[in-house]
Structures are given as structure tokens and as C-alpha cells.
Design a protein around this ligand. Sequence first.
Ligand SMILES: *Cc1c(COP(=O)(O)O)cnc(C)c1O
Length: 419
Amino acid sequence: VPGDHDPTDRAYAEALDAADPLASFRDEFVIADDDVCYLDGNSLGRLPKATEEALRRVVSEEWGTGLVRGWSRWIDRPAQVGDRLGRAVLGAGPGQVLVADSTTVNLYRLAAAALDARPDRGAIVADPADFPTDRYVLQGLAAERGRRLRRLRAVRTDAVARACAPGDVALVCLSHVDFRTAALAPLAEITAAAHAAGALVLWDLSHSAGVVPVSLDAAGVDLAAGCTYKYLFSGPGAPAWVYVRAEQQRRLRAPVWGWFAQRDQFAMGGAFRRADGVTGWLTGTPSVLGLAAVDEGIGLVERAGVEAIRAKSVALTELVIALFDAWLAPLGFELMTTRLAAGRGSHVAVRHPEAWRLCRVLAEQDAVIADFRPPDVVRLGFSPLTTRFAEAWTGAERLRRACAERRYERVESVRPRVT
Ligand SMILES: *Cc1c(COP(=O)(O)O)cnc(C)c1O
């Protein structure tokens, strides 16, 4: 890539694509329309071709032909796929990760277990700007169990240390990457600060798993959860994951006593006796189809390597921030994402008073799929295995034109149910 470059020249983005070691991964995904700039892989990753194939096989062979006999293989899938996720993506040794249930349910059951383990501590430290489901789950648990939420001023180590200083905090629960601004939290430092005050830590890695390197074991994290349909390409509603650190599996008690967590499950005995290890954190019948999709998505990330994915993610966000300076700042946009590469995840958030109508114009007239987050934020998400530099460039250019030409003025401002 030429050292003396002009980011507003499309040739520059094309040169970055030509030099991109991950470029060929895009061919492994279904790209229904090459003209569409898909800048929403941080909400729903694209469909891998191998996943279409795997789902067909599981449906017709494993289910259609094998019928109920399939359970002898399926029964171990949540832990097997979990181990693979731990190894390839989470920096977690075997026996600590399960792929099962939804992120929301997993956050609830992990946070509940943490609170039960600290009955004499009345506070939960949370981020008031966190993803809605994370905030609601903690609000619900606080109400249900008579605890208080302590709102962090900022997701920073000093703020966490201050919030934990009174010594009454049971749990610190935060997202690794802020879903709105893309701010990347110092996970290991915050974990250490919370531990120093005797609190347990639960991280939501929905916006980082598969795109930001993490080492849950090395960072000393107690509990973590996240979804698989963003940077892990598993499809809408595919199962999420939980991480329960080995030593916490003995100390904490899973709140759901389901039959998949029962020791000697098929003896169907009268009393619940929780299985040892991470198996004791299973609940009920797992989504076998969903697990097949998760496994394929992890396989792609494993083959590319999270470090290489991260390097391209940084280069993509760098390019778009340069284009923001050249094109969007003069039109009244404001950059919400940090310019420090080490401090951000894989999207760039810009704000503009007409954000909502601009997103409509992009979707309806310009074949750009970005997303709007209230009140005035446009998120441009980059999924390095599928997003080309030229695609990111074109998305930013179409946003510039839609705004400069004031095309949003001709769009209705009524919002549908899903934004
Ligand atoms: C995407 C996301 C979720 C999704 O939760 P679901 O239970 O899958 O709906 C939760 N938390 C964060 C931080 C997310 O980014």
C-alpha cells in the first residue's frame, strides 16, 4: 500500500484490498448482491456457505435419517463447540465454555449465581449506557434480590475501583465493547480492580468475541457471556455461550436446575444432583441446528486467526475515521468513536441530527445497510472476514452524498418497530 496516500481516492481502498491477507475469506460467504455495502455485520454476520451446507446435512442426515439416535452425538455438542470457542476465540482452556441458550438468559443466570455467592454485599456495579438487555437483566435482579445498582460514570479502571471502594459490591457486570460508541474496555485491568475489592466480574463479549483478541483465563475473569450471531456468523437466534472459570464452577451454584445439568441425566432420578464441571451449567435440550451453525462460524474465525482479524478491523476503522475527517466532519457529523485504535472495537459511530432519515436514505436509495441507534447515531460496522476496504469506502461516500444532497428531507421520519 502506497505510503503517500489519499484516503478519499477509491484507488487507495482498492490497494488495501489487494494487499489484504484475509481478502479471500469473503468468497466463503453468501454475497447475494455485490453492490450492497453491508456495514451491519456487528448486528448480524453474513451467512457462510459452509453453514448452508452443514445445516442441510444436519437436517437431512442427522435428523431426517438418524432420528432420535442422533442424541448420542448431539448430547456433547454444547461442551465440544464451547471448547472450540474457548480455544479459538476466548483464550479459555477446555471445560469452561458452553454454547447454549441466549445471551440474555445467560447473563441472568451468571449474574444470579454471582449474587448468590455474595449474599452480604448489596451493590451491583453496572454501566448506565450498556446494551439494553444487560441493563434490564441487572435491574430485574436488583429488584428481585434486594440489591442496588451502582452506576459507573465511565467504563474505566479508576471509576470501577472507586465504585467498588466501599467494599459492598457483589458483582461488576460490563460489556467489553460499547455497542453504541465502540469503546473497548480494559478488561484485565478492570477485572483486577474489581477482584481487589472482593467483587466477582461478569463480562459481556457480544461485540468483541471473534473480532477482538481476548484471554479470559489469563485475565482472571470469573464469568462471561456473549452471542454468536455477530462476529461469529451463526445466524439469527443461534445459541449464545457462557464461560464459567474452572475454580468458580465449584464455588458458584447454577440457578437453573435443569435435567441437562443433572449427574447421570438418563437415570432420571428423583432428586437433582448437579453434574460436576461446566456440565452443571447446562439447562435443557440444546439447539442442535444452531450449534452446527456456531461451529462453522467459529471454524472460519479459527482459520483466519483473531489477531489477523483484529489487524484488519483496526485498518478498516482507521480508513473510515480518515474519511470521516475528510467528508463527514465538514457536513456537521460528530465522531463518537475514539481515534485510539487500542481503545475501540470494530465499528465507528457518528452522530448527526438527521441520523435516522440518513439511514433510511442509505437503505432505500443507496444500497448501504448501516444501523441507526437512538437518538442520533449511525453505526458503521466492519466484519473483517466479509467487509472489503472498498465496501467501507463506498458506504462512507454514499453517506456523504446522501447528506450533502439533503436527500433525507424527502424521507418520512416515522420509525418502524425494528431499527
Ligand atoms: C447483541 C447483544 C446482546 C444480545 O442479547 P440476545 O439475548 O441475543 O438478544 C446482548 N448484549 C450485548 C452487549 C449485545 O451486543
